[in-house]
Design a protein around this ligand. Sequence first.
Ligand SMILES: Cc1cc2nc3c(=O)[nH]c(=O)nc-3n(C[C@H](O)[C@H](O)[C@H](O)COP(=O)(O)O)c2cc1C
Length: 204
Amino acid sequence: MAQMEKILVAYTTNAGTTEEVAVVIGEELGKQGAQVDLRRLEEVADLAPYTAVVIGGPMIMGWHKAAVRFVKKHQQALSRVPVAYFLTAMSLTQTGETRIGAIPLCIDPVLAKAPKNANRLGLKERYATVTNYLRPVLRSAPQVKPVSIAVFGGKLEFYRLKLLQMLFVLVVIQAQPGDRRNWPVIREWAGGLRAQLALASASE
Ligand SMILES: Cc1cc2nc3c(=O)[nH]c(=O)nc-3n(C[C@H](O)[C@H](O)[C@H](O)COP(=O)(O)O)c2cc1C
């Protein structure tokens, strides 16, 4: 008998932004008829009940450490089921990449910012490329091959930040405070996700 489809949407968040995005992704998957479990990463001990896993986290000087740790820790299990990642971010250099290796990317076009000179990226522009953001997680769990990776605009509120965080945000990522989430893009990605996960499952 075929295993019943059950999708885990697991996320980490510092200030709540990514949680709200995860809720909407779970909602969209649910609308497509999937059985969805929405959990914080820390609440997830066992991936065995799930037929697919969606993992989300914000960029906090790199993809959130908890997300990278989770993927690394569960890499064996995650290499056996279809997986997708999503990131929330406030700074992204537009590079025109649509894939990293074989992995399709969904990039919020409103978030991505054109570099001053596309042939010669500056230091901060290079830092904020999707390849640079994803390198650590892809290197630390190479057997995990997401069916899709999405980078969405996030939300930043300066009053929440400590001085060093504020300096990083202002100097390195040069982000302005505000809510840059683009719900139609988030919903569109989530709307096609169940089919993408199922397709990967069928080809395994
Ligand atoms: C300390 C700190 C570091 C951040 N680093 C980055 C970064 O490297 N690149 C980026 O695009 N956004 C960065 N951001 C912006 C966050 O990714 C964004 O605000 C996100 O939506 C926060 O999600 P959360 O509310 O789920 O924690 C940073 C924010 C903070 C507070």
